[in-house]
Design a protein around this ligand. Structure first.
Ligand code: SF4
Ligand code: SF4
Length: 444
């Protein structure tokens, strides 16, 4: 029987329009704008100024502390400015704007022979340093610096690495294609991370709607890897949520407020594993990633390998151009993604998809009073009471929100999806979470 998590969950229409589209390199844009804050933690400090010439892979922003990440140039060319630019979240942040000239890579970035030899050639510390130097962060959207996640707190004992290939968001297929097309590299990357963590076991969790990815990864595991197994999962949203994936693959439950390491588990997305592979075997910084560009109205939905800092408009152009009836462009998938204010927003390390929605589907229905049907409670994978959290959020009852475990909300949107009264549960809960977060910070 296929494994899954026990509490809640929903079955939104899958609409994986681009699952058969091979990863295609996107032509270089004329200019990029590379934010110095693309990760959780302190923004990187700029190392370049207007007029500097840079190469692909050159360090242009240095991590400003333990929880931070290096930022590298994704193109070669001339720095036009280091300026505030509005990013995909709608906030202005410092970014390095570069006019693209040619495609000259930093000399240290090289494709090397026998990548698996690094398993014995590199010590654990060398692997961690390579990952840190390359500015690798969680590419499933969390953007937590990978080196930090691979350095569990003193006293904790990692036992299992879980590679997250669930990709449960409807429409998104970037991880799916990586598994189909780069299975061997992902396997070697998984072994690197196992060594970096000091664990003997890894589980690759993949939803069962990606049989070709399951087959590819099983083939790679059979040839190359001891201690790694592929775990097909039931298709249920949010199967890719960390706590849900851990329960499904290991049966372990992460307690409220605790991290996965508290049950001996560390989870990394397949994109992150691939970036770690490139960092260790090629000294290649995280300067490009696969992004799904999709939507029923697009002429050519696909999976594009594009440089960090590329405007979303260039991706949409490659997918056939912005349809005239577009109502919304979402950064991410339909469940957890956020609407973009402009297609000038750029791809960052955490951008997994761009979804174009026609105006007819983009408009929200007017919401009505809660009818106490409890649908939202039944589908919440964290065992919360979303209708109550929304009410407490509306009345700004921050203390009660904290007691009702609002910080456990993983912002999956299952409650909003299921609500027959179309109540904007997630929007209000997000605001409440942010208020509780500030309150906790001020206490510290
Ligand atoms: S968004 Fe939060 S409250 Fe709503 S279902 Fe997901 S975890 Fe539960
Ligand atoms: S699903 Fe909507 S209507 Fe039903 S209890 Fe929750 S908030 Fe109320």
């Amino acid at each position: 029987m296929l494994k899954t998590f026990t509490l809640g969950g929903i079955h939104p229409p899958r609409e994986k329009l681009s699952s058969g589209s091979a990863i295609t390199p996107l032509p270089l844009p004329e200019r990029v704008s590379i934010p110095l804050s693309q990760h959780i933690g302190a923004p990187a400090l700029p190392l370049v100024k207007k007029g500097d010439r840079v190469k692909v892979g050159q360090l242009i922003g240095e991590a400003a502390g333990f929880i931070s990440a290096n930022v590298h140039s994704s193109v070669s060319g001339v720095v036009l400015n280091v300026e505030e630019a509005v990013d995909a979240s709608g906030y202005a942040r410092l970014a390095v704007v570069i006019r693209v000239e040619g495609d000259e890579w930093d000399d240290r970035v090289k494709q090397r022979e026998s990548p698996d030899r690094y398993l014995s050639a590199y010590s654990r510390e060398e692997m961690l340093s390579a990952i840190q130097a390359a500015g690798v962060v969680g590419m499933g959207g969390a953007t937590f610096p990978t080196r930090v996640k691979l350095t569990p707190p003193t006293g904790s004992r990692p036992e299992i690495l879980i590679v997250n290939g669930a990709e449960c968001e409807p429409f998104l297929t970037a991880d799916h294609r990586l598994m189909v097309e780069r299975g061997r590299e992902l396997l070697i990357g998984t072994r690197f991370l196992m060594k970096a963590l000091g664990v003997e076991q890894a589980i690759i969790g993949i939803e069962n709607n990606k049989p070709d990815a399951i087959a590819k990864m099983r083939e790679a595991v059979a040839k190359h890897a001891l201690g790694i197994k592929v775990c097909p999962l039931k298709v249920k949203y949010p199967q890719g949520g960390e706590k849900q994936l851990i329960e499904a693959t290991t049966g372990r439950h992460v307690p409220s407020g605790a991290l996965p390491i508290s049950v001996g588990v560390v989870v990394h997305n397949v994109g992150t594993v691939y970036a770690a592979y490139e960092a260790i075997t090629m000294h290649k910084p995280l300067v490009e990633r696969v992004v799904t560009v999709t939507g029923k109205s697009l002429a050519r939905p696909g999976n594009y390998l594009c440089r960090v800092g590329t405007p979303v408009a260039c991706l949409i152009e490659a997918a056939g151009g912005l349809p005239g009836d577009t109502g919304k462009v979402i950064n991410g998938g339909p469940m957890m993604g956020k609407a973009l204010a402009s297609t000038d927003a750029v791809v960052t390390k955490g951008t997994s998809g761009v979804l174009v929605i026609p105006v007819g589907e983009a408009l929200r229905k007017p919401y009505r009073d809660c009818i106490r049907c409890t649908r939202c409670v039944q589908v919440c994978p964290m065992g919360l009471e979303p209708y109550l959290l929304m009410t407490l959020g509306e009345y700004q009852r921050t203390g009660e929100l904290e007691r009702e475990r609002v910080m456990d909300c993983i912002e999956c949107g299952a409650c909003s999806f299921a609500c027959p009264a179309y109540r904007p549960l997630l929007d209000v809960i997000r605001l409440g979470k942010s208020r509780v977060g500030q309150m906790i910070k001020s206490r510290k």
